[in-house]
Design a protein around this ligand. Structure first.
Ligand code: TYD
Length: 141
């Protein structure tokens, strides 16, 4: 497997637990491997909805399901893996040029996404064949 695919991983986020409850910190240059330029969160998702279905040429992400459960299928050249995000202490790190599909959102779930770049619709690849073609030309694989 190429170096890019090896980067895909679950980051274990430390919990700060005390008598009052729990807290988790996501911090650039500490447990998040990029400078966070944007966050967005996905909620009130239909149970049968599939989100994502695209790759980003430039942006890295960390996905954290802060409430409930969501399933994320990640694909790259000769790589496919399903991650179940079922705890706020799991951060799914996705380097650039990884295809992702999010589905099976449980009722009330909230998916928090940290991104390394400002939004730019032009860096999205929304066609899977195009993604495979571009990924195979990309010498990072
Ligand atoms: P979309 O990429 O389709 O969401 P998902 O990846 O969950 O399937 O984005 C939905 C809409 O929101 C689309 O019109 C683009 C817009 N959008 C922004 O304006 N800024 C952002 O940072 C994101 C992620 C989406």
């Amino acid at each position: 497997l190429g170096t890019q695919i090896k980067k895909i991983k679950i980051i274990a986020l430390d919990q700060h637990n005390d008598g009052r409850g729990k807290m988790i910190v996501a911090e650039a240059s500490n447990n998040i491997p990029f400078e966070i330029k944007r966050i967005f969160y996905i909620y009130e998702t239909d149970n049968d909805a599939i989100r994502g279905c695209h790759a980003n040429r430039k942006t890295q992400f960390v996905m954290i399901c802060v409430h409930g459960t969501v399933t994320v299928k990640v694909k790259a050249l000769e790589y496919e893996k399903v991650f179940i995000l079922d705890s706020p202490d799991k951060g799914l790190y996705l380097p650039e040029m990884t295809w992702k599909e999010m589905y099976d959102f449980t009722s009330g779930s909230v998916l928090l996404v940290l991104a390394s770049e400002i939004y730019d619709g032009d860096e999205y690849i929304r066609n899977y064949e195009e993604f495979l073609r571009d990924a195979s030309l990309n010498n990072q694989y």
